[in-house]
Design a binder for this molecule. Structure first.
Ligand code: UD1
Length: 353
């Protein structure tokens, strides 16, 4: 028996782990699914897991919210205890959250083979907590699975090419597993609208910046349907910011419904990494409310534009886009490649080849 621990905790990780979990089962590996509890609202966790076919976690560490140090150290301690309790052969961590960092640190310190899925992404903005998590996790991990050529070149620049492999992006696998034509969208989607999400600390935690973004979206000429992360709702309340015109705040949607809702919209305003890519693949115009992106491939053909609340957001949405199609994020078989590379490495470590 070979036991692989899959460590997840936040919404985008449930999506990434879905295809990997299926590929592990197909390859005959046993899986221990560990949920750190970073995201605990059912709308942010259970509903998303159901959509991507991720089973109930075997262990939920219930760590919840806190400052970066409190959250990360709580996870580190709790993950180490679980990894000591089970005969784990390898650990897989995903993306760039505090759960990723805690998982990689706990596992590598115990000498367990550690894989990082979505390695090599860089914003080169060290004020983002995610950037710190990415860099540290890449340098800790034994196997680095990069979604794009660009990510591969970042890893090479940091001397990590010996541990890196280009696999494509598991989020493409997840997207391909859903037939969006079969998915219902909310009743309000019958009329034209823009879709939106805002959750990055750089946008939500500075009251002046958040107010400027809300005002800019509120001025647009179509309803803006903002599927709000709990962080955003909390900040709007704390700062007393209330949209009064176009901007409508809704609860987050499950994964499949979110994709279908973005696809049916006239355009997406976001600061999410995953959604920038999904909009690109679905050919929905996207304006990213940030100064940089970890997914520069999406800027190709102007499908995605970086902008701030001071810019002409509606003008940017209607920019002419190329009809040329590119697939910089892979062919939808990333999970299979990752699991077979992991299997080969485990075989070679145990002297089986
Ligand atoms: C985290 C990740 C970010 C990722 C995002 C996806 C880090 C540093 N950041 O940000 O990279 O893009 O997840 O959503 O790990 N909250 C709830 N209910 C929940 C989850 C969170 O109310 O289920 C609240 C927390 O109380 C906290 C805020 O949301 O006030 C932020 O949560 P946290 O998990 O710290 O970071 P995210 O903003 O979700």
């Amino acid at each position: 028996m070979t036991l692989i621990a899959n460590i997840v905790g936040a919404r985008p990780q449930f999506i990434k782990a879905g295809p990997i979990s299926k590929a592990l089962a197909t390859a005959g590996f046993d899986e221990l699914l560990i949920h750190t509890g970073q995201h605990y609202d059912p709308l942010m966790s259970e509903h998303i897991m159901d959509d991507v076919g991720l089973r109930q976690p075997d262990v939920n560490l219930g760590v919840g919210s806190g400052s970066h140090a409190t959250q990360t150290s709580g996870m580190l301690e709790a993950i180490e205890a679980v990894l000591l309790d089970y005969p784990i052969d390898a650990v897989i961590v995903y993306g760039d959250t505090n759960s990723t960092l805690a998982g990689a640190l706990a596992a590598t310190k115990l000498g367990i083979l550690t894989s990082h899925v979505e390695a090599g992404l860089r914003s080169f903005n060290r004020r983002m907590p995610e950037e710190i998590n990415r860099v540290v996790t890449d340098h800790l991990s034994d196997l680095l699975f990069a979604p794009t050529e660009n990510a591969m070149s970042h890893l090479a620049d940091e001397g990590l090419d010996g541990r890196s492999q280009l696999t494509g992006d598991v989020m493409v696998d997840a997207l391909h597993s859903i037939d969006l034509d079969q998915i219902d969208t909310p009743a309000w989607s019958a009329e034209p609208y823009y879709s939106a999400t805002i959750h990055r600390a750089e946008n939500t935690d500075d009251p002046a910046r958040l107010e400027a973004i809300v005002e800019a979206l509120d001025r647009l000429h179509l309803p803006v349907r903002l599927l709000a992360h709990p962080r955003l709702r909390k900040r709007l309340m704390t700062y007393g910011i209330e949209p009064t015109r176009s901007l409508q705040i809704h609860d987050p949607l499950p994964y499949a419904e979110m994709l279908a809702t973005v696809r049916a919209s006239q355009g997406l305003f976001t600061d999410s990494g995953g959604l920038q890519k999904e909009a690109f693949i679905l050919r929905v115009p996207c304006v990213t409310l940030r100064g940089e992106t970890e997914w520069p491939e999406t800027l190709h053909g102007s499908w995605n534009t970086l902008a701030g609340p001071e810019d002409d957001l509606e003008g940017l949405m209607s920019t002419v886009r190329t009809s040329e199609t590119t697939s910089p994020f892979g062919d939808g078989h990333a999970a299979q490649r990752i699991v077979s590379a992991l299997g080969e490495r485990l075989d070679s470590d145990s002297g089986m080849d």
